[in-house]
Design a protein. Structure first.
Length: 156
């Protein structure tokens, strides 16, 4: 079955995996010791999981063999899913950046008087985890947008 996937389906699956990685990184970050412990971002997980489902559903719809008007409807629906999923991820990334900007600035750019108190190993690990989550989200967005230009159905 995997050999029959189109380029668009493969790209959607890669974007789904990256979305899952970003959610895992975010969850580990807010559950680990450090500056961002318990600093969850409203609806980030919900939107990311919804985007993950949309990526997977778009790839799955590409495997459905239909003809006529039903095939066109399925193609339009999968295309819409491929567009909406990166938009949801962009909302996640914007929310995460907005929630973390002040803390990252405080950790990395504090003045010399407080820098030793702020740049503890736990806080630096927390900041690094936040940045890694942002990068994973950004890459998932770019890959997801690229996938929106590729059909998920293979032309036979």
């Amino acid at each position: 079955m995997l050999k029959k996937l189109s380029a668009g389906a493969w790209i959607s699956l890669i974007a789904a995996v990256l979305t899952l990685v970003s959610v895992i990184l975010y969850t580990v970050n807010i559950n680990s010791e450090g500056y961002f412990k318990n600093a969850s971002v409203t609806n980030l997980t919900v939107y990311a999981i919804l985007a993950l489902i949309l990526f997977l559903a778009a790839a799955a719809l590409g495997q459905v063999k239909l003809s006529g008007g039903a095939a066109t409807a399925v193609e339009l629906l999968s295309g819409a899913m491929q567009i909406v999923a990166p938009v949801l991820l962009a909302l996640c990334l914007i929310s995460l950046i907005a929630a973390r900007a002040e803390g990252l600035g405080f950790i990395y750019f504090s003045n010399a008087d407080v820098i030793l108190e702020v740049q503890t190993p736990a806080n630096l690990a927390s900041a690094t985890g936040s940045i890694a989550s942002m990068i994973a989200l950004g890459v998932a967005i770019v890959i997801g947008l690229a996938g929106a230009f590729c059909p998920v159905r293979r032309k036979d």
